[in-house]
Design a protein around this ligand. Structure first.
Ligand code: ADP
Length: 664
């Protein structure tokens, strides 16, 4: 029961870890990493280990590899920082690496690499450590997450320094400096300055070192951080002392001293400072003052248990006593110095042996990491290949689709074009047929016309021949008669030619049928007046029915020609004492002009021919008036050009009504 409850609790814990990772992977991992660092510095290692081992087992039980990776890393960090069991740490990190690489979880991988870095840093294998830091840094390029970037910059800066790559080291610190300045984070800015300053000081580039320390100093002063401020002052003073500028060195030592006196928990810094001041006095040959400072430094150094500091103080004490001539004390401190040196050396040797051992075991496992890395590279390569192939497939499918669409469109277009072409061909054929018909009709018409022209011309030549050959034998009356006949023939010819001319002008488009407004009633009256004389000769009465003006819009000349022709025909085909009536009927969309006579009329078959040019029909009038057979053809042409129609109603012996319409 208790075990079940525990499992449930652990499971809920996993879920919460997991959810965090999902929401914003990198920042939650970072929070986890920071919390882990805090825990490591605070808690008891054994307690931590026991706790985490249990969680790890449960995660394995329920097959949650993501949590196995995370807890493995936590355990590895504990072993690196607390138990020094580096072999165990290595195994745990390899397990995490395996899981993270399989899951392709880059954010988790970054922290696994950091774990490896810490492991190698622990055994001072900076070359290998650097490789893992660089891997983590490369992975982080895909994320915009400054806190982790700064952490990596710092660690890389340190590692490059340790591997002697000073340029790269400076670059890392410069990056931090630029970021801190841009984001206005003074503490970070000052830290970057001190890091750069200590690199330059180590390289004996004192001017650069001093300038960076001064910058850091200014910032620490501004943000009121007395301890680092005093450290900066001490470092500056040390440089001045190295440069034999003892006055400035002294000033800075004094300033540091003034600050450190008021700061609690600063034993080490204070002891270091007293030692530095003592060194200054020894240089100035003032052993008394040097001793006074060393007496202050010694108890502080002892209290701090910092062996190197204690040793340094012993060395200086021995020197000071020697200067003062107290050789006994000088020897005493010199021996203490030596003893500590031996002790420190032994400790260092032990540490080195341990490191060598760890290095050996770790290096044995190194091949495992290499294999994992190789697998990863291979997997990446396979994935890349697969991706390329997929892309290739997609492109091919897209291309095929495009080609198919193109072919289809072309096909549809061609089909549509073919249809249009067919339609156009049919239209052209119809037009051709029509044109052929028209040509045939016109040919017929011209043959008739030429025949008609020949008639009067023949009689003209015979009259003129008569006149020329028989002038002397002809009487004046006979000549007069011949001249009259000649005149008649000429007039006939003239009328024919005039009609022909007008018709041909209308055909060739030389007449512009522009509409204008005029009064139809007035036009009927004008034509009546014009032909009244002819009508009077045959005692025919012409009546215009309309009295009111009727305004129409049409081509004036052509309409008046039509009326004149129809009226003239009515007179021509009406016997003496006949009657002609003219009038206009208004309909909804047109006016209809009617010219009616009670003349000879015409048979049905004639009525169907008179408007056609291919069957030109002409008969003599009641007073033997000759005609051209062109008048009605012209009338039809003109009426149609004005948008109207012409028709006839006739009965033989009773009379004829010609009607034509003018659209409104
Ligand atoms: P033309 O009168 O010069 O012969 P038209 O084209 O004007 O030529 O007339 C053609 C024919 O139509 C006439 O010759 C005649 O036979 C017939 N026609 C025309 N108008 C009348 C009419 N009002 N009454 C009887 N027949 C007519």
């Amino acid at each position: 029961m208790l075990k079940k409850a525990k499992h449930l609790f652990l499971y809920l814990l996993f879920i919460s870890i997991n959810l965090q990772a999902q929401s914003s992977a990198i920042s939650s991992e970072w929070e986890w990493f920071k919390a882990l660092k805090d825990t490591l510095s605070a808690r008891n290692a054994e307690e931590l280990l026991e706790n985490k081992q249990e969680v790890l087992q449960s995660a394995i039980d329920i097959e949650r590899s993501d949590i196995v990776s995370k807890i493995s890393k936590e355990l590895a960090f504990i072993h690196i920082n607390k138990t020094n069991d580096l072999e165990k740490a290595m195994s745990l990190l390899i397990k995490a690496l395996e899981i993270d690489e399989k899951a392709e979880n880059n954010t988790a991988l970054i922290f696994t690499y950091i774990g490896f870095y810490q492991l190698f840093e622990k055994i001072e294998d900076y070359y290998y450590g650097k490789e893992f830091l660089e891997k983590a840094s490369n992975l982080l390029r895909n994320y915009d997450f400054p806190p982790l970037r700064i952490y990596l910059n710092k660690e890389l800066g340190y590692t490059y320094w340790m591997t002697g790559e000073l340029g790269k080291s400076i670059e890392q610190h410069q990056n931090i400096l630029t970021y801190a300045k841009a984001e206005r984070i003074p503490k970070l800015e000052a830290e970057a300055h001190t890091d750069l300053a200590s690199i330059y000081a180590n390289e004996n580039e004192f001017d650069k070192a001093l300038s960076h320390y001064q910058n850091a100093l200014k910032t620490y002063r501004r943000i009121k951080s007395p301890l680092p401020e005093a450290e900066c002052l001490t470092a500056i003073a040390d440089i001045y002392l190295l440069q034999n500028n003892s006055e400035r060195a002294y000033e800075n030592y004094l300033a540091a001293l003034n600050i450190l006196r008021d700061v609690s928990d600063a034993e080490i810094q204070l002891a270091k400072l007293y030692n530095s001041v003592a060194q200054y006095y020894l240089k100035k040959n003032n052993a008394e003052r040097a001793l006074a400072n060393l007496r202050l430094a010694n108890p502080l150094a002892q209290k701090s248990q910092n062996q190197e500091l204690i040793q340094n103080t012993y060395g200086l004490l021995s020197k000071a006593y020697k200067e003062l001539g107290d050789y006994k004390k000088a020897l005493e401190y010199s021996e203490l110095f030596k003893a500590l040196e031996d002790f420190l050396q032994k400790e260092k040797n032990d540490r080195n042996i341990l490191k060598m051992q760890s290095r050996h075991t770790i290096n044995q496992k190194q091949s495992l990491i290499d294999q994992l890395e190789l697998n990863r590279i291979q997997k990446d390569f396979e994935l890349e290949k697969e991706k390329r192939f997929k892309e290739f497939l997609i492109i091919m499918v897209a291309l095929i689709a495009i080609i198919l669409i193109l072919i289809l469109t072309l096909f549809i277009l061609q089909k549509r074009n073919n249809k249009k072409l067919k339609e156009a061909n049919l239209k052209v054929k119809a037009q051709n047929d029509e044109l052929e018909d028209l040509n045939a009709t016109k040919d017929k018409f011209f043959s008739i016309i030429s025949h008609d022209l020949k008639g009067p011309l023949n009689s003209l030549t015979s009259f003129s021949g008569l006149l020329m050959n028989h002038t002397s034998s002809l009487s004046t009356e006979e000549i007069q008669m011949l001249a009259k006949d000649l005149d008649k023939s000429l007039k006939n010819l003239f009328a024919l030619l005039e009609n022909l001319l007008q018709w041909s002008r209308s055909q060739t488009g030389n007449i512009e049928f522009t509409a204008e407004e005029f009064d139809l009633t007035e036009m009927l009256n004008e034509n009546k007046k014009l032909l009244d004389k002819q009508a009077e000769n045959k005692k025919i009465d012409i009546e215009v029915k309309n009295t009111k003006p009727i305004k129409v819009k049409a081509h004036r000349n052509s309409i008046t020609t039509v009326i004149r022709n129809l009226l003239s025909n009515a007179i021509k085909f009406t016997d003496e004492a006949g009657q002609i009536k003219m009038g206009v009927v208004e309909e909804s969309n047109q006016y209809v002009v009617k010219i009616a006579d009670n003349g000879v009329g015409m048979p049905k078959d004639v009525a169907s021919k008179i408007f056609r040019i291919d069957t030109k029909h002409s008969t003599q009038g009641t007073a033997k008036e000759k005609g051209t057979g062109l008048g009605l053809i012209l009338c039809k042409e003109f009426v149609e050009k004005n948008g109207g129609k012409i028709w006839v109603k006739s009965e033989e012996g009773k009379g004829t009504i010609f009607s034509f319409s003018i659209p409104k």
